[in-house]
Design a protein around this ligand. Structure first.
Ligand code: CAA
Length: 259
């Protein structure tokens, strides 16, 4: 069994939770933490017991960005040869299961970028997001300038990245950065209700939905529509499509096999 020092990994009821665990530095994303995150997400993708992945932090911070103390003295060669920022994004891109970010407190810089690598974001009322790299003399480096622009549009992304200001959960929901705000006092219970609902569906269906929605981010509409149709028709070769539709007609709960 892999021993982790900077994250916790737990699987229960087909939901794997990855908890960022460097509380003294607000879960700053050090290289060792990101290496563990790569191992954990790869493991969860392969694990038959895992149907949904939840990534979370503490009440005060999801993650306050890449570790500034670690980064400060690095040079170009260090950054390029290790390429942890590229490898982390590759590991998320290779994960075909739904990944939910559950955010309380700060999600800044690399923390906000990690959030945007997940498939959707559930945030507590306390959540605060931002790309404050400009204040450190640099720019977002784990996809912030790209994913934020796709999610919220150029004007808003430009303003957020150029000012480095923090935005609260209400604004994040309004501009489309996050999916939903949940009450702080029942936050994780509510997250697990949503994750549990998704975990109860056919994994082949949730995988195909994830694939189709991600395809829309980079493909022109005609190609996206053709891609979606291909997947939709392919779903008719699964037992779960037969079961899901039969159960509806028989007015009972479906018993999906692909789980
Ligand atoms: N890296 C390293 N350490 C960090 C950190 C980070 N990103 N964020 C916070 N910490 C540390 C602080 O240095 C402090 O450590 P000490 O107790 O040893 O002094 C501890 O966490 C607690 O932080 P604060 O005392 O600052 O807590 P606060 O409540 O007063 O403020 C905060 C919270 C507003 C989030 C503030 O900590 C902050 O602004 N953090 C930095 C945010 C940031 O700039 N993130 C971007 C990083 S660059 C990046 O992510 C690049 C990229 O795209 C890949």
């Amino acid at each position: 069994m892999t021993q982790f020092s900077h994250i916790q990994l737990q699987t229960e009821n087909n939901i794997t939770t990855i908890t960022l665990d460097r509380p003294k530095v607000l879960n700053a994303l050090s290289t060792p933490l990101m290496e563990e995150l790569i191992i954990a997400i790869t493991k969860a993708e392969k694990d038959d017991q895992t149907r949904v992945i939840v990534i979370t932090g503490s009440e005060k911070a999801f993650a306050a960005g890449a570790d500034i103390e670690e980064m400060q003295s690095k040079n170009f060669s260090d950054m390029q040869s290790n390429n942890i920022y590229g490898r982390l994004q590759d590991a998320f891109a290779a994960c075909r299961k739904p990944v939910i970010a559950a955010v309380s407190g700060y999600a800044l810089g690399g923390g906000c970028e990690l959030v945007m690598m997940c498939d959707f974001v559930l945030a507590s009322e306390s959540a605060k997001f931002g790309q404050p790299e400009v204040k450190l003399g640099t720019l977002p480096g784990i996809g912030g300038s790209q994913r934020l622009t796709k999610l919220v549009g150029r004007s808003k992304a430009m303003e957020i990245c150029l000012t480095g200001r923090f935005i609260d959960a209400a604004e994040a929901e309004r501009i489309g950065l996050i999916a939903r705000i949940l009450p702080a006092d029942s936050f994780l219970d509510d997250v697990y209700k949503i994750a549990g609902e998704i975990a109860g569906y056919s994994l082949s269906a949730t995988r195909m939905i994830k694939q189709a929605v991600h395809f829309a981010e980079s493909a022109p509409l005609d190609q996206g529509l053709a891609f979606e149709r291909g997947l939709f028709y392919a779903s008719f070769s699964t037992e779960d499509q037969k079961e899901g539709m039969k159960a509806f007609l028989e007015k009972r709960e479906p018993d999906f096999k692909d789980k």
